[in-house]
Design a protein around this ligand. Structure first.
Ligand code: CU
Length: 256
């Protein structure tokens, strides 16, 4: 079975600048922030499952945030909203899509060496929904000059509770066990919530603001794929891909 570095090499190839070789010489690790949060780096096979997460019906209005932190409020255009529903032209963002079962038995996958960055910015988590591999570093950083307290409340994993009182603080954490999803919350700001899907393989994605998602590097097979949304719950489907097939699999959630 082929083994390839998917995200690192193409990312540098696209840059087309002299920096790529220097970075490669340092071990190929990209600068922080170059790899999208949760992007798998190591993958097998050439098939992909991608498409658009759609939303039908009328999404509930996102709640207004009573943000008393002026420095956070100043980072928002107007009234800060709690982005529970990211709906654009009938497409739904912040849906965690992942392969739930069907991968070859006994196959193990190595976590990327680059961390996934979870930022606290404008008293919101960015990203709000993301994936990480087991034992992959999560870099939790505070971009606000206010106290945040990050608490993980998993069921399978060891939780944590971290205080980050100053701007620029960074703390690294990992989760050892597969768990979809682990809730994260801030004990200072009740509206601050994030969710991380922890998987022992790299086949996951989070839908963008336009609803699009893509899971790449899959071997041929029949997979149980699950899509999870913080308010709408989970949906599972069976998807079969042939070797090197780019399968389009749209997913539809309906208003409750
Ligand atoms: Cu906070």
């Amino acid at each position: 079975m082929r083994r390839m570095l998917l995200a690192v090499v193409p990312a540098f190839a696209m840059l087309g600048c002299g920096g790529a070789k220097e970075d490669a010489a340092k071990g190929g690790a990209p600068e922080q922030g170059e790899v999208p949060a949760g992007a798998p780096q190591v993958a097998e096979g050439g098939a992909s499952i991608g498409g658009t997460v759609k939303f039908t019906g009328t999404a509930p209005a996102n709640p207004k945030i009573d943000m008393d932190e002026a420095v956070c409020k100043s980072k928002h255009d107007g009234q800060p909203m709690n982005p529970q529903f990211v709906v654009n032209d009938g497409n739904l963002g912040n849906v965690f899509v992942y392969v739930k079962s069907g991968l070859p038995a006994g196959q193990t996958y190595t976590a990327p060496t680059s961390p996934v960055v979870l930022d606290q910015d404008g008293c919101l988590y960015k990203p709000r929904v993301f994936g990480v591999m087991t034992n992959q570093q999560i870099e939790i950083k505070n971009s606000d000059p206010v106290l945040h307290n990050i608490k993980a409340v998993p069921k399978e994993n060891r939780g944590f509770n971290i205080s980050q009182p100053t701007e620029g603080m960074k703390t690294m954490r990992t989760f050892a066990m597969r768990e979809v999803v682990v809730p994260l919350e801030c004990n200072v700001h009740s509206w601050m919530k994030a969710w991380v899907g922890v998987l022992d393989h790299p086949y996951f994605a989070t839908s963008s603001n336009d609803g699009s998602f893509k899971i790449s590097g899959l071997p041929a097979g029949t997979y149980e794929v699950e899509a999870w949304h913080e308010k709408l719950g989970a949906k599972t489907m069976q998807v079969t891909v042939a070797a090197d097939e780019g399968k389009t699999q749209d997913i539809t959630f309906a208003a409750k």
